[in-house]
Design a protein around this ligand. Structure first.
Ligand code: 13P
Ligand code: MG
Ligand code: MG
Length: 387
């Protein structure tokens, strides 16, 4: 059976800061979505990751379906009314447009959708992150889908042996977002060269090479800053990941997420801190909004969901969290000094940029312009390696 899994998420306001949605706003979303079960939807599940509400839906309408997107949009809109009535912080934060126009993309909420031919045992993982951008999944997904050190299935299973196709988005190109499609392992070094820059490049999708009709991953790559034209909050991406058999096993993702890579986001969207795997329905961290990710394990049959199992709630992840908390605390000791605070080009808050502009008039030139020598230029043109 052909089924679409749609995950649509939004921050519509939170209690006492950017922490978590209220029980009442969650209930509004849950109620709307539950009423659509058996009609528009086959099944659904609602939870939160920090201050973002995630709606997981299964249906037969395909991706980018206006009715599915409208259902989520209206659920978030109704919850925003409740958030306003409760005086929640940032009520309606991610709802950036007034009128629904057929798709939540470009309107603020994030979405990740996979349309699939259901396997006899369809195993899925839904990822929901808070206080980070879409590139936050780059390292864990790279390790799970392209590195046999973390993903031994690439060596041990014929289904994975041909590798995977990475669809990577350049989120910061002057002419708008652009895409590139690269194969792992053949183009591994090119994939690496892009994914290392998590602020600019993000995995948008991963597909099987041996079974070219089988999509493994969809990541929501919409960026609030591009829609609003200013900082209104972090993107906090969702993802759908299919697991087992022709894809990496659920447990192969664990060590990859346990790395806790430094990613941009955190307080005021302006810092680097390690991505911490947490149980679902965890409030954002009061410790400088350490970015968090939860993972829901689900089984699906004819679109009906069983689960979720809370994949980062197991005892090993308590030890992982302690180590990542140490990493975060160490980074915070250096306050605003880079790389604890993002470089100027990535700062989400305009304040510091306008402040420096005001200082422009006070600078005095000391030594005149220093041009590169002809031999230095030559070395760059010919690609000679510097020592
Ligand atoms: P959210 O994007 O999760 O709302 O966080 C915004 C922020 O600036 C936290 O400091
Ligand atoms: Mg918020
Ligand atoms: Mg958030």
């Amino acid at each position: 059976m052909r089924v679409t899994v749609s995950v649509i998420k939004a921050d519509i306001g939170a209690v006492g800061g950017h922490t978590l949605p209220s029980a009442e706003t969650l209930a509004v979303v849950r109620d709307r979505v539950t009423r659509a079960k058996g009609r528009l939807l086959i099944d659904a599940f609602v939870c939160h990751a920090g201050d973002d509400i995630g709606i997981i839906m299964t249906h037969t309408k395909g991706i980018d379906n206006p009715d599915i997107h409208q259902l989520a949009w209206e659920a978030f809109l109704a919850a925003t009314e409740k958030a306003k009535a409760q005086g929640l912080y940032g009520a309606g934060q991610d709802l950036l447009k007034d009128a629904f126009s057929g798709n939540v993309r470009g309107m603020g909420p994030g979405s990740a959708e996979v349309d699939l031919e259901e396997r006899p045992s369809e195993a899925l993982m839904v990822l929901l992150a808070d206080k980070c951008g879409p590139g936050a999944f780059n390292l864990p997904l790279y390790l799970s889908f392209a590195d046999p050190m973390y993903s031994p299935g690439l060596m041990l299973s014929e289904g994975l042996h041909d590798g995977f196709t990475f669809h990577i988005m350049d989120m910061d190109h002057t002419e708008g977002d652009r895409m590139i499609v690269l194969e792992a392992p053949d183009n591994l070094y090119d994939i690496s060269a892009l994914l290392r820059d998590t602020n600019r490049y993000a995995i948008e999708a991963i597909w099987s090479r041996k079974y070219p009709n089988e999509q493994a991953v969809a990541v929501g790559t919409s960026r609030l800053r591009n829609i609003a034209g200013r900082y209104v909050g972090k993107d906090d991406p969702p993802a759908v990941v299919r697991v087992q058999k022709i894809f990496p096993a659920t447990e192969e993702f664990g060590p990859a997420f346990a790395v806790g890579p430094f990613v941009g986001g955190d307080t005021r969207g302006s810092h680097n801190l390690p991505l911490m795997p947490v149980p679902m329905n965890t409030a954002a961290s009061t410790f400088f909004c350490v970015p968090t990710v939860c993972a829901l394990g689900l089984s699906m049959h004819e679109g009906r969901l069983t689960g979720p199992v809370d994949l980062f709630a197991d005892p090993v992840f308590d030890a992982v969290r302690e180590r990542i908390a140490d990493k975060a605390m160490e980074m915070r000791r250096q306050g605003f000094f880079e790389p604890a605070m993002l470089p100027m080009s990535e700062l989400e808050y305009g304040g510091i940029v306008s402040r420096l502009r005001k200082l422009d008039a006070q600078w005095t030139i000391r030594n005149g312009a220093k041009d590169a020598t002809p031999t230095q230029v030559e070395a760059v043109v010919h690609g000679d390696d510097p020592d």
